[in-house]
Design a protein around this ligand. Sequence first.
Ligand code: PGA
Length: 258
Amino acid sequence: MKKLIAFNWKMNPASKKEAGDLLKIYLKTLTAKPYTLNAYFIVCPPFVYLSKIATSINRSRIKLGSQDIFWEESGAYTGEISPAMLKDLGVEYAIIGHSERRQYMGETDEMINKKIKAALLAGLKVILCVGETLLIRKKGKKEVENFIKKQLVSDLKDLKNASSFKLQASNLVVAYEPIWAIGTGVPCAPKDAQETIGFIKSFVASSLKLQDLIVLYGGSVNSQNVKSFVQLKGIDGALVGGASLKKEEVEKIINQLK
Ligand code: PGA
């Protein structure tokens, strides 16, 4: 199965000129590769660059994702962006529940659940982020699994029998992102990531009857370690943050996955 690599630019870069230059690196590296790449790629820039980027990419080579969405379709929600607006721009994926939003913007599992439902209803594919703190990881595997199970139960609540959309393995991706590994330069040990991802898959398979869920690893992934994750059975790809802003890193990551 092809690996999925999602690049999350977070709140970067600072200007549309830099965003355009960064995108060019992706396009150049991908164009130099044959269509038989063993991976597919998603770029998730800030909202303000989506429109421009949507018109510059060939979506059969690289897909477009947003870093968040709001759960209402339209209305008096100052500052928010609806799934329909994103869909209309050509956005295919929405990252939902990133730990930075949970931490800094006070996003709760209840809000995340509403966002997931709204995204699926609008026909967007969801990349749901889950992951534990260092304190929990230090307590051991069982604690990690219990924590993630709780997040999954709340975030994916009422999705199984929803009548307005059909939940399937093609429209839900989960990213296992231990909080302590994000932006720290200290990734999770690949074996531990594999084990937790195995847990996520079996939990979702039994609770939602969703087989073949795609699960990514995220947290300090770079060109040096990306292979050590994606080569492991069960790890279907990576969510890349900091490295997605660096020219050489982007080139090396894409080139390695050919
Ligand atoms: P990082 O971020 O690669 O900079 O650790 C990953 C993420 O937050 O998605």
